[in-house]
Write a protein of this length. Structure first.
Length: 462
């Protein structure tokens, strides 16, 4: 497989790539919005038709409840291995009324090789780059069976994926999974996550009455649930340093190795760029390695919102009767969400027995590969496509699909992401660009060829 062929292939396919991206972006596949169910079904049918048009077979898998999953397959008569490429085609909500979008979020706008619109980088643009990489590999005769799993519930925690994969069983068997739903730290150096933080959400509720009352009448005698919940939050963690004060919280944390830290430093991470890309004006630390360890390799406790009392204009002097704090923990290998729930509940009960703690959403952390044939193949493919050796870092977000697929398919799960910090994951004015898309086509084609050369093992042949 020559670089000149792949470069020419990508250039020749650019118009088709942009046309398909337009079609997908302009279907508002917002999985969190029940009113978009028909749009998601339409996008699933379009995705299946697209796979058919590329020479594959495709099925729209429908769970008993929830949104569909598209399973595509490209078979080769001499293949001895199967590789599965995972992406998601659902997107975050977007609104021109409530967010500072400069273009309509569900209208693709192309400017100087950049693609603006919701889903361009997360994750429709990378999904299509992977598909074109599959086509290039097939045109080069790569003897490999290739499966595609395109999900429509990733943005709401993949609630149907585990049931569907378990149900499909043998038809989804594979030697390895590649997830293309991550990003680089810097455009200069490709980066590959070797671990993901998980998440455990919580709501803390305290009710001390039946209705809000005037503070002049009851203040001093009535319990204030907002104040008590904020005091509990202080007991749980130090808001200035971020340190969690719950005994046993850090017991299972696996710190990054010396080699991992060396890759962190080599990743191209910049504190100034991190602040700019995330619109931050203050950090807990300005030391680059400390920031990287905090966002990739350390667990957290974060308060997301407080409900209760009066928040309108001016002052309304009431003592609220009820308050709720929404919070979550980011977890790192080898922390278990269930254990963290137990620790948090026990700690809250110790400090305030009247607070009701409810778990709210959960995703375990993920520890990936940095050595072995799959990792080496990925490094060679990225170096081939982008001209720079990649580094292994960690990712602060959670991808529940990675955990589910590794557990049920019992195979290595790797990451080949294409997004950049400036692409604005989940943000207004989300975008992608042709340089990353075309490089992704080369990277996926090269990776598939690399994987076809690995020993046959005992995996499936169809």
């Amino acid at each position: 497989m020559s670089r000149s062929f792949l470069t020419s292939f990508a250039r020749a396919e650019r118009t088709r790539y942009e046309g398909l991206l337009r079609e997908l972006v302009e279907i508002p596949t917002v999985s969190a919005d029940p009113s978009r169910k028909k749009d998601i079904l339409r996008a699933a049918e379009f995705a299946a038709d697209t796979i058919h048009s590329f020479g594959g077979t495709a099925r729209v898998l429908r769970p008993a409840a929830g949104h569909p999953i598209v399973h595509g397959a490209f078979h080769h008569p001499k293949a001895k291995r199967t590789i599965t490429l995972y992406n998601h085609l659902d997107v975050q909500p977007a609104s021109v009324e409530s967010e500072p979008w400069r273009t309509h979020p569900f209208r693709l706008v192309v400017r100087d090789g950049r693609y603006f619109g919701r889903g361009t980088t997360d994750d429709k643009g990378p999904a299509l780059a992977a598909l074109f990489g599959v086509r290039a590999a097939r045109e080069c005769g790569v003897p490999l069976n290739i499966h595609l799993l395109w999900e429509f519930e990733e943005e709401i925690g993949s609630p149907s994926l585990e049931r569907v994969v378990a149900r499909e069983g043998r038809r989804l068997r594979t030697n390895a999974v590649v997830v293309s739903d991550t990003g680089w730290i810097s455009r200069r150096i490709p980066s590959v996550p070797s671990g993901l933080r998980g998440m455990q959400g919580f709501s803390f509720e305290l009710v001390t009455g039946k209705e809000d009352r005037h503070s002049g009448d009851v203040g001093g005698a009535a319990r204030n649930p907002i104040g008590e919940l904020l005091e509990l939050m202080y007991q749980i963690h130090d808001a200035k340093t971020g340190r969690v004060k719950i005994p046993g919280f850090y017991k299972r944390v696996i710190p990054p190795s010396r080699r991992e830290l060396e890759d962190f430093v080599a990743s191209g991470f910049s504190v100034a760029a991190f602040k700019r890309d995330n619109v931050l004006t203050r950090l807990r630390t300005e030391e680059p390695l400390d920031v990287m360890k905090r966002i990739w390799a350390a667990p957290t406790f974060e308060v997301h919102g407080v409900e209760g009392g009066y928040v309108g204009p001016g002052l309304k002097a009431v003592v609220p009767h009820r308050a709720v704090v929404k919070a979550s923990c980011r977890l790192v290998p080898d922390q278990e969400p269930e254990e963290i729930v137990g620790l948090v509940k026990a700690f809250a009960r110790k400090w305030n027995k009247d607070v009701v703690v409810r778990p709210n959403g959960s995703s375990p952390p993920f520890r990936g590969l940095t050595t072995g044939p799959e990792a080496e193949a990925l490094k060679r493919a990225l170096a081939f496509a982008f001209g720079r050796k990649p580094v292994f870092v960690r990712d602060g977000g959670a991808i529940g699909a990675a955990v589910i697929l590794r557990k049920l398919l019992a195979c290595p799960v790797m990451f080949l992401g294409l997004s950049l910090p400036e692409h604005g994951y989940h943000a207004p004015n989300e975008n992608f660009d042709w340089r990353q898309a075309s490089g992704g086509m080369l990277a996926f084609a090269a990776y598939l060829e690399e994987m076809s050369r690995i020993g046959t093992g005992s995996g499936p042949s169809a």
